[in-house]
Structures are given as C-alpha cells and as structure tokens.
Write a protein that binds this ligand. Structure first.
Ligand code: NAD
Length: 260
C-alpha cells in the first residue's frame, strides 16, 4: 500500500461525502469530488481542499442515475490519478411516503442513485484494483440497510441491497487485496435528514419537533446524532493496512440503534 492514495467519493459536495473527502484530503490523499450543487460554490470547495491540504482535488459532476456519466467519471479519475485506490459509494437521496402514494419515479431514482450507481462504479474500478493487489471499496449504506422503518420502502430496499452487494464484492476481491465494507450510519444531521423532517411529520401526523425527538433521536439510544467526522474517521481506518482483514462487513455507527 502506498502512502498517498487516490480516492473517488460519490455525492461529496455535501454532508457525509464531503466529510469523507475532507478527511481523505487531510490524510494527504488525492480526491475526486462528485455531486450536485452550485458550480462556483463547488469550485471554491475543490480549490479550498486542494490548497489547505496540498493534494490534487478534482471534480466530476456525473449524475449517478446515468451509467455513461459514471463511466466517464471513473475514466477521468484513472487518467488524472493513474489509478483509483479507494472508491466510496456515498451518493444518496431519500423520499418518505406511504407505499400507496410513493411516486414511481422516486422509487426508480432511489434504486438508481443509492444502489445501482455502486454497481457501475465498482464494475469500472474492480479489474485494476485486482490487478494491482490493493483496493478499498466503501459503501455508505445506513442503519436502514439492516432494519426497516415505515414509509421508506425504496430507501430500505436500496440500503439492504447495498449491504448484500458489499458482501458479494468482498468475496470477489478477497484474494486480491481488495476489501469492500458497508458503513451503516444512524441519523446524521445533513441536508438529507433535514429535508425529510417535514415529510415524516406529514406521514406520521406529528409536529417537526416531535419528529426530531420522538422518531429521529428516539431511534438512537445515545439520543445524539452521529457526526460526519465520526463516519469519515471510520472510512479512513477502513482504508488502512490494519483494516486489511475487515471485509464484507456492515459497520454500524448508529448510537446503538440496531442493537435494540
Ligand atoms: P446529502 O444530501 O447531504 O448529500 C448527498 C450527496 O449526494 C450530495 O453531494 C448530492 O449532490 C449527491 N447526489 C444526490 N443525487 C445525486 C446524483 N443523482 N448524482 C450524483 N450525486 C448526487 O446527504 P447525506 O446525509 O450526506 O447522505 C450521504 C449518504 O449517506 C447517502 O447514501 C445516505 O443514504 C447515507 N446516510 C445518511 C444518513 C443521515 O442521517 N444523513 C444516515 C445513513 C445513511
């Protein structure tokens, strides 16, 4: 394993992905950012990380619902970095609604972004990782990859799917120095969670404050949000040599939620 790694982090213009990309840059690793947002704000982000940590930070705005754009992203990372050592499949969206009213297009988008994009990125990096004898693939799943909540049918299906995908890829990479793990966070206060508070309030007939106290934090025995920095630190560890024998696992980081 070389000291300087080259990483691709999907959905890294915000929230957990940005936290992971920042932690990687702080380790001295080169990073390719991806995700949506205002172009000039993303450029400030990219240039700021590159300058602060003295690393190569790229950005590719591939839409994770589009396999051809995903392939171009990996090709660009390969061409710029020479190789991709670390792939973090993080891009994700949420939609909260009873199944009777769940829009078909939201189901399709959640399966595409939260699950199928990881198939396309992993397929594009796997041969080179195996050939080199080193690779780290980290899928940002969720506590909802292990247990369910009502009104999140597509998200729970996609996240359970990615935990299964993680195990299959771990087995395929096992003899080649390529590990694949899932990180299963509980609630993290990012835009993804902030946006679902009003929808959950509507679906459950509760106030938004009650959603925070009685649904979100009630799920986590510690009664605290998980932080982006805690997830990023776990991702850095999973890339280390000490984590070489950790593969095919779903790592809960959820304040004890799934232990109930
Ligand atoms: P976020 O909304 O802050 O960030 C999501 C990122 O994905 C953004 O950069 C966004 O631009 C990008 N994205 C969305 N659609 C995309 C697309 N089609 N193509 C490319 N990029 C796209 O959300 P977050 O909370 O940081 O979530 C990141 C991941 O963590 C998701 O997979 C989510 O399911 C998972 N997760 C979040 C929580 C939580 O409580 N926030 C808990 C468990 C798991």
């Amino acid at each position: 394993m070389t000291n300087t790694l080259n990483a691709v982090v999907t959905g890294s213009t915000s929230g957990i992905g940005l936290g992971v990309a920042t932690a990687f840059a702080a380790e001295g690793w080169n990073v390719m950012l991806n995700g949506f947002g205002n172009a000039s704000e993303i450029e400030v982000l990219r240039a700021g990380l590159a300058e602060k940590y003295g690393v190569n930070v790229l950005y590719n705005g591939a839409d994770m619902t589009k396999p051809d754009e995903i392939h171009t992203l990996i090709e660009e990372a390969d061409a710029s970095f020479g190789l991709v050592d670390v792939l973090v499949n993080n891009a994700g969206i949420q939609h909260v609604s009873p199944i009777e009213d769940f829009p078909d297009e939201k189901w399709d988008a959640i399966i595409a972004i939260n699950l199928s994009s990881a198939f396309h990125t992993t397929k594009a990096v796997m041969a080179a990782m195996k050939q080199r004898g080193f690779g780290r693939i980290i899928n940002i799943a969720s506590a909802h990859g292990l247990i369910a909540s009502p009104f999140k049918s597509a998200y729970v299906a996609a996240k359970h799917g990615i935990v299964g995908f993680t195990k299959a890829i771990a087995l395929e990479g096992a003899e080649y120095g390529v590990t694949c793990n899932a990180i299963c966070p509980g609630y993290v206060k990012t835009p993804l969670v902030e946006k679902q508070i009003p929808d959950t309030a509507k679906a459950r007939g509760m106030s938004e404050q009650d959603v925070i106290e009685k649904v979100i934090l009630a799920a986590q025995p510690t009664k605290q949000f998980v932080t982006v920095e805690q997830i990023a630190a776990l991702a850095v560890f999973l890339c280390s040599e000490n984590a070489a024998q950790i593969t095919g696992a779903a790592h809960q980081i959820d304040g004890g939620w799934v232990a109930r």
